[in-house]
Ligand binder design. Structure first.
Ligand SMILES: [Zn+2]
Length: 99
């Protein structure tokens, strides 16, 4: 099993992480990633606010269309994909796939 995940996987997991539907193993991987990835921590906070907001809407019996929710998710994914990772020395032409 992998112990580290990429930012993209992190984003995917965050959806379930916030919903508390994540498997314990995946949750641990996510925690590890968050511990060393400030952009993802920032993303988590942003996403939490979004879900809080939608939760408030739910209290007011306003439903968010599934389409809108999906658009929000893909927007957030795009956002994190464009966020430069500011860890270590910059390696622009060196995708770190294998470690
Ligand atoms: Zn990350």
């Amino acid at each position: 099993m992998r112990s580290t995940i990429t930012c993209k996987e992190c984003v995917d997991l965050l959806m379930d992480y916030v919903d508390h539907t994540l498997e314990p193993g995946a949750e641990r991987s996510l925690d590890e990633h968050l511990a060393s990835c400030p952009p993802c921590i920032h993303f988590l906070k942003t996403y939490r606010k979004c879900t809080e907001f939608s939760g408030q809407l739910r209290d007011q019996k306003v439903q968010i269309p599934l389409q809108l929710e999906n658009r929000l998710k893909s927007f957030l994914k795009q956002e994190i994909a464009q966020t430069p990772v500011e860890l270590g020395p910059p390696k622009k032409t060196n995708p770190q796939q294998s470690r």
